[in-house]
Design a binder for this molecule. Structure first.
Ligand code: C2E
Ligand code: MG
Ligand code: MG
Ligand code: MG
Length: 278
């Protein structure tokens, strides 16, 4: 086989692995193609406060695959990160989100950024260019990073972080509590807000320990003077327990599904109309 390939190396792959490698390769090609054939788009999920206002939305990437239909980024971001395609995909996300939201008023927008992007020298400078070209005000935007994104060992991570902050972006620690060093990260990086991971929210009400853990996270956030929001809120009971624990902002299927940009616009169209009349 190796001779027939003419590559002079022996393949140790089982037939099954070969198959997996081919599938992976096909997915990679599809991902690459998706960047140019318009099969990526953004949806926006409301973040709701205790009074039912929507002060912010989170931008979430969607990929409409030719055969598989709509695929969650959870399924393809890891591959995009391994292949380096995440840089181009991340640039698409920034461009698209800035373009779609530049004219919004009184609405904050959260954008997810991958660890690989944060680890890349010059990343924040690129964001600066995109922001300037789109004419957006960075202070209306929140960059959502996971703990892994801040654990990058090179100097680039810290530098990108500082530049993004200086530009005026807020920084949110996503999936808070699931990593290894949440607490030391809070100490090392000046973040603005933490997002309680949905796994804690899902377990709320199942035991006093989980309820206590969530209360402790909220207290921790307060003591660091940080904002706090819970994600994955699906039931009234979860919202009630979160409120009891002192968490006043919610994101989840209970308070709003991720929706296409036109639907978000409709949420505050009346305001826009009034403002234009004035
Ligand atoms: P995340 O940033 O933690 O986003 C929350 C995920 O939970 C989203 O999944 C959202 O659709 C889902 N979700 C929202 N409400 C509920 C709920 O009530 N219950 C449950 N079970 N799930 C809920 P999604 O959109 O599939 O995204 C998955 C992950 O992919 C995101 O997790 C984020 O880490 C990543 N991601 C999404 N968009 C982007 C992007 O533009 N760039 C990068 N680098 N990563 C992205
Ligand atoms: Mg997020
Ligand atoms: Mg999250
Ligand atoms: Mg998550």
């Amino acid at each position: 086989r190796s001779k027939a390939d003419g590559k002079g190396c022996v393949s140790f792959f089982e037939p099954g692995m070969d198959e997996a490698a081919r599938t992976r390769r096909t997915m990679e090609d599809n991902l690459r193609a998706a960047l140019t054939n318009g099969s990526f788009h953004m949806v926006y999920q409301p973040q709701v406060d205790v009074d039912g206002n929507v002060p912010a939305v989170e931008a979430l990437l969607r990929w409409t695959h030719p055969e598989l239909g709509e695929i969650s980024p959870a399924a393809f971001i890891p591959l995009a990160e391994e292949t380096g395609l995440i840089m181009a995909i991340g640039e698409f996300v920034m461009r698209r989100v800035f373009a779609e939201t530049a004219h919004w008023q009184d609405m904050r927008i959260a954008i997810n950024v991958s660890a690989i992007q944060m680890r890349t020298a010059g990343y924040a400078a690129q964001v600066m260019q995109l922001a300037a070209r789109a004419g957006i005000d960075p202070s209306r935007y929140e960059i959502e990073l996971t703990e892994t994104a801040l654990l990058g060992d090179g100097p680039a991570t810290a530098e990108n972080f500082e530049i993004l902050r200086r530009l005026g972006f807020s920084i949110v620690l996503d999936d808070f509590g699931t990593g290894y060093s949440s607490l030391s990260l809070l100490h090392r990086f000046r973040v603005d807000k933490i997002k309680i991971d949905q796994s804690f929210v899902a377990d709320l009400g199942q035991s006093e320990e989980v309820n206590g853990l969530v209360s402790a996270i909220v207290k921790l956030a307060r003591s660091f003077n940080l904002g706090v929001i819970a994600e994955g809120v699906e039931t009234e009971e979860q919202r009630r327990l979160l409120t009891k624990a002192g968490c006043m902002e919610f994101q989840g299927f209970l308070t709003g599904m991720p929706m296409p940009v036109e639907r978000v616009q409709a949420l505050f169209e009346p305001h826009t109309a009034l403002r234009q009349q004035a």
